[in-house]
Design a protein around this ligand. Structure first.
Ligand code: SD4
Length: 324
């Protein structure tokens, strides 16, 4: 566990705390949610600095899509995060492959899956959205598109932390596709600007030691991310296979469309996920949502999921409730 994560975990036991350098505070779960625009939410502890980056982008005149891109780009560069970006843990063959998606509330979306050597897959997903007639590019085709758009290709080598972890894993080469404390740091971010326009982004290196070619929920529009200006936005983290099976993010937005609050919709999605997946004790998944009125909700299968919530005034870390 990174020092920062340890620190934030410990902080949660206390009251609101200032985190030096992050302009952020940490507070325990609060039932009463903020109702303020703009609003940025993102998964896990690294959501705090990512939210700061997103809010900065809005303050400097960026749009909500600029903000959710800038926010998760921060995480894509975080060397402590072994689940996002090229420093993420590799697949079974020792190759790091990345998935990302981006969406705006008018239905525009783009994603990349199983892509190699690209430092900012979220920006590549945005380029797919804005510059191609398609929604999704995968693998070599995504890489070729990146080259044609002038994205630099990074050297294909594992970060020191990922290389060490991979060497350790190879001793047994046991594949256990479960989300545990060290395999859970995907960032999903959803945001709303001052005018109520919504956007979201999601980026990950996926599950450690996955099969080569495996794609998770994060680049699947409707699974890891869904945004609709008429209703709200949702994102997911956790075992991608379990989330894809229930179209998690889309399900939550549709439940909100029918009148559920974000929290109720996330809870219902967790119930659905539990009913459609075996071995639920080994599966962690967490959902995060906002509606167009700025109400926020989250829910997870197991304890441990948290999210960061930022307005112009504050950026706080909140523990999600869970089914178990
Ligand atoms: C995946 N959902 O590829 C991602 C993993 C994840 O936090 O969320 N990790 O299945």
């Amino acid at each position: 566990m990174s020092q920062r994560r340890k620190f934030i975990k410990q902080s949660l036991m206390g009251t609101a705390l200032f985190i030096p350098g992050l302009e952020s505070t940490v507070r325990p779960f609060s039932r009463k949610e903020i109702n303020s625009k703009p609003l940025i939410l993102s998964t896990w502890n690294h959501g705090l600095p990512a939210n700061d980056a997103a809010i900065q982008r809005l303050k400097s005149g960026g749009s909500i899509i600029d903000a959710v891109e800038a926010g998760v780009k921060d995480t894509e560069l975080d060397m402590d995060n072994l689940s996002v970006g090229l420093q993420g843990l590799p697949d079974r063959e020792g190759i790091t492959t990345l998935d990302a998606s981006i969406m705006t509330g008018d239905g525009s979306c783009g994603s990349v899956a199983f892509v190699r050597q690209i430092k900012h897959p979220i920006s590549l997903a945005r380029a797919v959205m804005e510059k191609t007639p398609h929604v999704m590019l995968a693998g070599e085709g995504a890489r070729q598109f990146a080259i044609s758009e002038g994205f630099p290709l990074e050297k294909e080598e594992l970060s020191p932390k990922a290389a060490e972890a991979y060497q350790e894993w190879k001793k047994t080469s046991q594949y256990k596709p479960i989300i545990n404390i060290e395999n859970h740091d995907t960032i999903g971010m959803i945001g709303m600007d001052a005018n109520g326009n919504l956007a979201g982004s999601c980026t990950t290196s996926g599950l450690a030691y996955k099969m080569h070619g495996r794609v998770g929920d994060s680049p699947i529009i409707g699974a890891g991310l869904f945004v609709d200006n008429e209703v709200g936005a949702a994102t997911a983290t956790g075992l991608g296979e379990s989330i894809i099976r229930i179209c998690g993010a889309f399900l939550i937005v549709e439940l909100m469309r029918q009148g559920r609050s974000p929290r109720e919709a996330c809870e219902e999605a967790v119930r659905r996920l539990i009913s459609k997946n075996k071995n639920i004790k080994d599966i962690q998944a967490g959902f995060l949502a906002m509606n167009k009125d700025g109400e926020v909700g989250a829910f997870a299968v197991h304890p441990g999921f948290n999210y960061a919530q930022a307005t112009l005034q504050e950026n706080v870390l909140i523990d999600s409730k869970s089914h178990f």
